[in-house]
Design a protein around this ligand. Structure first.
Ligand code: C5P
Length: 319
């Protein structure tokens, strides 16, 4: 095993990167597909809560990937993302990754997906592989439905299983409180519960509602998440958290993804900070991170290893 600093040992090309969390500002589930996934309509938005990843690559020799994490994670997506990159043509060598988890797991905030996307963005740059966005998005979708979004960041509409993404105009600055009460909601279970209540007739109606939500985004009161009905029934505490956020002055509060995190949108930063504190260790103040800021953050993090400011970040080590 190795320490956090050994990913930055001499001889290693290394970077310390942030893997941001996301929220879903609207989430409508349409129908179950033959491949077992559900078609959905969602608005993804990157937010400032983040995991920290130290990633190092030493060129030469056979490929060996070591991952260490501050919390034990079964079937860590970070490892699978590194394998996916190293399988592509290019220089072999040693990959060391240290993951510091801060985004609560099983909370619908996309922490694991973002960690995987961070490796898909950083490792090609360190190894000298130039991988086009199309290939990166495919690798991301193979790892999980939320991974491709983190290869783009900002605000985006997600269609299909959530992997078909289109950019939205940047959201106005908002002060968020993310409440993650330590309840693990199983995503497949939440989809299965919701699936039972879906009817073919409701699909076009659901699409109409989603379309109006996107066109009236300035009014955040219209945001809705279809998972609330089934997840709140199973975990009534989460509905109480939503009510507490609304009583504390949130202009809108809702479940993120399939939960268990509940998000509140507040008009002023001071109220958001106070409300986050009132949740005794379960509340996190956060702000929206626009696509422009997301890209600028990535270019800064990889500054020593990139060639210009293009997206996705382009390695300066490529032949
Ligand atoms: O893609 P990901 O690994 O995040 O999905 C986890 C599970 O959530 C899937 O196996 C599936 O049961 C469910 N899911 C779904 N429809 C989606 C996304 C996820 O049914 N669009």
């Amino acid at each position: 095993m190795f320490s956090r600093s050994s990913a930055t040992d001499p001889g290693f090309r290394s970077a310390r990167v942030k893997a941001l969390a996301k929220i879903n500002l609207a989430l409508k589930v349409l129908n179950k597909r033959p491949d077992g996934f559900h078609d959905l309509r969602t608005i993804f938005q990157t937010v400032s809560l983040s995991d920290a990843i130290d990633i190092g690559f030493q060129p030469g020799g056979p490929t060996a990937i070591e991952v260490e994490s501050s919390i034990d994670i079964a079937d860590n997506l970070v490892f699978r993302a590194a394998q996916a990159v190293m399988r592509l043509p290019g220089t072999g060598g040693g990959v060391r990754i240290h993951l510091q988890k801060n985004v609560p797991m099983g909370s619908g905030l996309g922490g694991g997906s973002s960690d995987a996307a961070a490796v898909l963005l950083a490792l090609p740059v360190l190894t000298g592989r130039r991988i086009g966005l199309e290939t990166l998005l495919c690798l991301g979708a193979d790892l999980g439905s939320d991974v491709p979004f983190f290869l783009l960041g900002g605000a985006a509409v997600g269609l299909g299983r959530g992997t078909e993404l289109y950019p939205l105009p940047e959201m106005p600055r908002a002060n968020l409180v993310l409440v993650a009460p330590g309840i693990h909601v199983s995503t497949p279970e939440a989809y299965a519960l919701l699936s039972r209540e879906l009817t073919t007739d409701s699909v076009s109606h659901t699409i109409n509602i989603f379309q109006s939500v996107v066109w009236t985004m300035a009014d955040s009161r219209s945001f809705e998440n279809d998972f609330e009905a089934v997840v709140f029934r199973r975990h009534p505490q989460l509905q109480l958290i939503k009510q507490k956020l609304l009583l504390a002055g949130a202009v809108c509060a809702m479940l993120s993804g399939s939960g268990s995190a509940v998000i509140g949108v507040f008009e002023d930063a001071e109220t958001a900070r106070r409300v986050a504190e009132s949740f005794d260790g379960y509340g996190f103040p956060a702000r929206i991170v626009t696509r422009a800021h997301y890209r600028a953050m990535w270019w800064r993090q990889l500054a020593a290893h990139i060639d210009g400011k293009v997206w996705p970040p382009k390695s300066r080590y490529a032949e």
